[in-house]
Design a protein around this ligand. Structure first.
Ligand SMILES: [Zn+2]
Length: 430
């Protein structure tokens, strides 16, 4: 234990205390509003659905609090508890070449973390989601998903880790390569872009079936929307999301001209064609307004900053000894950094989420111009109800957790957009 250990402990305690405080506020806020549907939604959402949303929110928030405590304990066990050191020693007995040793330690931490998190995942799906009628995953599919994820994770992580560790320190000791952080940064950007391309084309089809949309009326609407807003797409697909869960979604994905539109079957069952069109227009808005590029640029800048901080930390012995590792090694430094970074990052969350919520408002405004604000508003109301999402989150909790604006503000803004849409319909400039 050194000064850095104390600093880390204080920050870990503060972030956990903050999460628990926010969760308590959120639960109290939701419970106070449980007896009455907010006026704006009173005509659309029955009291029974509103109360189900409140109960679901309370269950999930309690579960998040328990998870946060459990994750903090795991983090302590890995670091100050000596877990990482013990694991590294165990692998050292095999006397592997340093790079292979580094990759092996890294992969075993990832594997053990996944195993230790399994009870939480099982509880979330088979107890909470089950109780509120959202779960459609059976034990067979659950196990098959785990195996698929593990295999894909192994195939992607092994070469990436080997490359990163080699770039960091070619001999696997503390002789760091000059400018390593810059090369690793380039590799990371390349990997992110590769995943953007690989995920829809190769990975998602391993988990779900994608069939071309065959509803001609809806297809015509979508074609007209795409033309109006100047997009081309490589097809409109329906994904069998209902295999796993009743929650619905839609996304627009891919790079350059290889974009594809994907609707969850659950979403198509829920929404009318006009509402579906409005939801798609919102997704198109994220592309047209360059949110995707901005987010990529944002995460690239943050990772560059992170790598520079890591470069400085790797040269300090107190960083290792302060986190329970007596013998500095590059793979352990990287692992420690990835383990503790979220504790420091927690306090950055509200800023990043505010940025994300601003993008959501902008995409909503785009949807109001290209499609219909009222259709988007009614789609959102249906989605809130169907997903049992609370309409009355605690504002502080929301600031720390929500990537999307709270229901009331979002709908209110959308309904203000309506005059703009009427203007467009009369031939004003787009
Ligand atoms: Zn959005």
């Amino acid at each position: 234990m050194n000064g850095f250990s104390h600093f880390f402990l204080v920050l870990l305690f503060l972030s956990l205390a903050c999460q628990w405080w926010l969760a308590r506020r959120h639960i109290a806020h939701v419970c106070v509003h449980r007896h009455r549907v907010p006026r704006v939604f009173a005509q659309r959402i029955p009291l029974e659905a509103h109360q189900k949303a409140a109960d679901y929110t309370v269950s999930r928030t309690r579960f998040e609090s328990v998870s946060a405590g459990y994750h903090s304990l795991l983090l302590l066990a890995w670091t100050l508890g000596g877990g990482l050191e013990t694991l590294d020693r165990a692998w050292q007995s095999l006397a592997l070449p340093p790079l292979i040793h580094g990759v092996a330690v890294f992969l075993s931490v990832l594997f053990l973390t996944a195993v230790l998190e399994l009870p939480l995942r099982i509880y979330r799906i088979f107890v909470i989601e089950q109780r509120f009628g959202f779960n459609r995953t059976g034990p067979g599919l659950f196990v098959a998903d785990l195996l698929r994820e593990a295999l894909i994770g192994l195939l992607l992580a092994t070469p990436l880790l080997a490359l990163v560790l080699w770039l960091l320190a070619p001999q696997g000791d503390m002789n760091l390569r000059p400018w390593w952080w810059f090369y690793v940064w380039l590799v990371w950007i390349g990997f992110s872009l590769l995943m953007l391309w690989l995920y829809p084309a190769l990975i998602a089809p391993l988990f779900n079936r994608f069939t071309p949309l065959d509803d001609q009326t809806l297809l015509d609407r979508i074609q007209r929307l795409l033309q109006r807003s100047g997009f081309t797409s490589r097809g409109v697909f329906v994904m069998d999301g209902s295999r796993r869960s009743r929650h619905g979604n839609a996304y627009f994905t891919g790079l350059g001209r290889h974009k594809r539109i994907v609707f969850y079957d659950t979403l198509l069952h829920l929404l009318t064609p006009a509402e579906t069109e409005a939801v798609l227009a919102h997704e198109l808005g994220h592309f047209r307004l360059r949110h995707i590029q901005k987010r990529l640029a944002g995460s690239a800048s943050l990772s560059l900053l992170g790598l520079l901080v890591l470069d400085a930390l790797l040269r300090q012995e107190w960083f290792f000894t302060g986190l329970g590792v007596s013998q500095p090694a590059p793979h352990l430094g990287l692992l420690l950094f990835l383990l503790v970074a979220p504790v420091f990052g927690f306090f950055l969350n509200p800023l990043l989420l505010r940025w994300s919520r601003r993008h959501e408002y902008e995409a909503d405004r785009y949807a109001a111009q290209q499609a219909s604000a009222t259709a988007l508003a009614s789609a959102l109301v249906k989605l809130y109800e169907d997903n049992a999402a609370t309409l009355t989150p605690d504002p502080w909790y929301s600031a720390f957790h929500d990537s999307h604006p709270p229901a009331l503000q979002r709908i209110a803004r959308l309904l203000q957009e309506q005059p703009l849409q009427a203007m467009d319909a009369h031939g004003a400039a787009p």
